[in-house]
Ligand binder design. Structure first.
Ligand SMILES: [Zn+2]
Length: 247
């Protein structure tokens, strides 16, 4: 079969046999693809540095008759996350983007909106500035995968939440008014809700002039992570790691 060529974002790699790697990559052409990179640990010419998670590459791969895994022939680096300083918070944030894409994208289903979202968020995820890009990515990814509930009304009584207090719970699919909130609900501040509304109207670059403290929109991120974890029916490893970062 002919060699395919596509822009792609490397999501993760696992050692396979000896020098081979199993690679999950998100192609622009046909979404998430899994393949084998033969002798990847040895061949600098075909892969040199290109298989680090979140590297933006041009990938060349070939599907094989009756085989589930594609053969990843080679990759050219377009942009590497390692070109910038990799602080611990940034490394965890990059891992979070990769884990979310790995868990949420179906295989072989192109999604150009998510591809463009990922590239634009990666471009702002630099140095110590992690909380804004992480929030933006979680918010938009939740929406683009169809898992974001309506945020402007109570899911129980349908009352508008404009200006009033809103609550969320790990087992409830949306926000609730003070009368309908469940026991042990957390509150989502009106600041965070209006921030979400702004993020739906503007590109990520327009928020990158300020560096956020971890506390900013942490309630919104908790809500989004709970929403996504409910749908994938598992805990996100990197969400717990982000939670432990101190600033
Ligand atoms: Zn209500």
């Amino acid at each position: 079969m002919p060699l395919k060529e596509s822009e792609a974002i490397i999501l993760r790699t696992y050692p396979l046999r000896e020098a081979d790697l199993l690679v999950t990559f998100f192609t622009r052409l046909e979404g998430k693809v899994r393949g084998v990179a033969r002798s990847a640990k040895k061949s600098k010419r075909r892969f040199g540095g290109a298989l680090e998670p979140l590297t933006y590459v041009r990938a060349y791969y070939e599907d094989r008759e009756g085989q589930e895994l594609t053969r990843l022939d080679s990759c050219d680096v377009i942009e590497s996350p390692l070109a910038n300083e990799v602080s611990y918070p940034r490394a965890v944030a990059l891992g979070h983007v990769a884990e979310l894409l790995g868990e949420l994208l179906p295989e072989r289903e192109a999604n150009d909106a998510v591809f463009r979202l990922t590239l634009s968020v990666l471009a702002t995820l630099s140095g110590a500035n992690v909380w804004m890009p992480v929030t933006y990515f979680e918010l938009w990814l939740t929406r683009l995968t169809g898992f974001l509930p309506e945020l402007s009304e109570c899911i129980v009584c349908g009352e508008a939440l404009n200006g009033s207090r809103a609550f969320f719970h790990a087992l409830a699919d949306g926000l609730m008014c003070p009368e309908d909130k469940r026991l042990a609900s957390a509150e989502m501040s009106s600041d965070s809700r209006s921030l979400a509304a702004q993020m739906f109207r503007a590109p990520v670059e327009s928020f990158s002039s300020t560096t956020w403290a971890k506390a900013r929109a942490s309630d919104l991120r908790k809500f989004l992570v709970q929403t996504l974890e409910r749908h994938i029916e598992k805990k996100l490893v990197t969400a717990a790691m982000l939670e432990k970062i101190s600033s």
